[in-house]
Design a protein around this ligand. Structure first.
Ligand code: 5GP
Ligand code: ZN
Length: 112
């Protein structure tokens, strides 16, 4: 989608600090990190949110890449959280499916 920020990052039209890339997905640092490690994992194809996904492979690839990035960045043992904000009450602000990988500090529960 031409006006979608994360489609443009996936197309390398907008720069991002990429930490991992596969044929289908991209992982890059969040511009406004909420934890010492804060990475976004997106499918390169456009899905508005998790609610628009009907392909288990898409959801699976995102989860597997999040776990792989956690290992690569050395936070797998200390622990991490993977979050997919969805819709208004979920706090979603960018309408291209993305998972947040948060790590590097103790994360509170329940979330605010
Ligand atoms: P959401 O609130 O939709 O779950 O998360 C969107 C995330 O995208 C936010 O954490 C925000 O900081 C991040 N973000 C917004 N614009 C940019 C950008 O241009 N580059 C990067 N790397 N992250 C962005
Ligand atoms: Zn998009």
């Amino acid at each position: 989608m031409p006006d979608c920020l994360f489609c443009r990052i996936a197309a390398k039209e907008i720069p991002a600090q990429i930490v991992a890339e596969t044929a289908e997905c991209l992982a890059f640092r969040d511009i406004s990190p909420q934890a010492p490690t804060h990475v976004l994992i997106i499918p390169k194809a456009h899905y508005g949110s998790l609610s628009d996904v009907n392909d288990a492979l898409v959801a699976g690839r995102i989860s597997l890449l999040a776990a792989e990035v956690a290992r690569t960045l050395g936070v797998a043992e200390s622990g991490y959280r993977v979050v997919i904000n969805t819709g208004p009450d979920g706090g979603q602000t960018v309408h291209h499916l993305h998972a947040h990988l948060l790590a590097g500090r103790a994360l509170h529960w329940p979330p605010g």
